[in-house]
Ligand binder design. Structure first.
Ligand SMILES: NC(=O)c1ccc[n+]([C@@H]2O[C@H](COP(=O)([O-])OP(=O)(O)OC[C@H]3O[C@@H](n4cnc5c(N)ncnc54)[C@H](OP(=O)(O)O)[C@@H]3O)[C@@H](O)[C@H]2O)c1
Length: 298
């Protein structure tokens, strides 16, 4: 049976890619950091040569936005050089690549949602290293899909939903930033989008619409709006609900600056692959059913 090879298979999106049901006739193989460290050019090439996949997906990245400001060398090694290694090996072995990237390549100065044609202008090391990874792929591999996504949440790994549930159980009140606008996106929805894109690419390996695309949840919100939705739904499932206070970014300083607006416009992906922006409130219900327990939703 023909295979899809997923790098970064133990991350929050990687795990959903492994759990995902793939189009007919495809099976998925996961590579973690121990079996294929993407900063190791030789290891990446050997993994592709051994598995001989029809398509590769890169879900491996250094994603700790604040830590990237201090662990700079590692962020660049994984997010730029790792992406370059993958693109080079894929080009050498004739394998198309779907690579995940981020809304944090933008500076947030735009008034509306970002399209794929908007110039990148990252504010921190994480965004800059991801933007450099994208550029490295574009120059090395024609058959690539760079899929930028945003504000990822799900049942695995560390994410805003799980952090809110933990803090909400510990504290009676939380102060949440209300002047950053973005699009929460469920990891499992991203995995489904990737599977749809992979199926289309493999049906038309030479003619598929390659390039850069945006995929994120709708409607846009703020971290405060996202927290309200989390606690409203979690309370309906019997979880504790703290008082939320809306604050500004200036009141919550972090090592890395974050864009005030990182809303992503998903129209290009919908036109090219028929994949529409996902409904994050519904996805949140699914995730909370697994994290908190199932009762009636508000
Ligand atoms: N999380 C978000 O909110 C968000 C938002 C927008 C875009 N994205 C993008 O989505 C993608 C996946 O993110 P995620 O949230 O699933 O990240 P994650 O949970 O942090 O997972 C990243 C994975 O990459 C692996 N990895 C790190 N360094 C590696 C290396 N040198 N070689 C091989 N694997 C390595 C990690 O393994 P170890 O655990 O062993 O280090 C982990 O399994 C990334 O491209 C990220 O930029 C994420």
């Amino acid at each position: 049976m023909s295979a899809i090879l997923v790098f970064g298979a133990t991350g929050q999106i990687g795990r959903e890619l492994i759990a995902q049901s793939w189009p007919d006739g495809l099976r998925v193989i996961g590579a973690d950091r121990a079996s294929a460290d993407i900063t190791d050019r030789g290891a990446v090439g050997r993994a592709l040569a051994r598995m001989r996949p029809l398509l590769a997906v890169n879900a491996a990245a250094f994603t700790a936005v604040d830590q990237a400001e201090v662990d700079t060398a590692r962020a660049w090694a994984v997010n730029r050089d790792g992406a370059a290694n993958l693109a080079e090996a894929c080009a050498a072995q004739g394998v198309p690549l779907i690579h995940l990237s981020t809304d944090y390549v933008f500076d947030g100065a735009k008034a509306g949602p970002y399209t794929e044609d908007d110039p990148v202008a990252p504010l921190g090391v994480y965004g800059a290293s991801k933007a450099a990874g994208e550029a490295a792929i574009r120059t090395r591999l024609a058959r690539h899909v760079i899929l930028r996504t945003a504000w990822v949440f799900g049942v695995h790994g560390t994410n805003f939903v799980k952090t809110m549930l933990r803090l909400g159980a510990e504290r009676p009140a939380l102060r949440i930033v209300a002047d950053q606008h973005g699009c929460p996106t469920e990891a499992a929805d991203i995995a489904r989008a990737v599977a749809t894109i992979a199926g289309a690419v493999l049906r038309a390996p030479a003619a598929a619409p390659f390039g850069t695309f945006h995929y994120a949840g709708a409607p846009p919100t703020t971290w405060h709006g996202f927290a309200e939705a989390i606690f409203q739904r979690a309370a309906a499932r019997g979880s504790k609900s703290p008082t939320l206070t809306a604050i500004t970014t200036a009141e919550y300083p972090t090592p890395a600056r974050r864009p005030a607006n990182s809303m992503l416009d998903g129209a290009k992906l919908q036109r090219a692959y028929g994949v529409a922006p996902c409904d994050w409130p519904r996805a949140l219900d699914r995730v909370l059913d697994r994290l908190v327990g199932a009762t009636a939703t508000p």
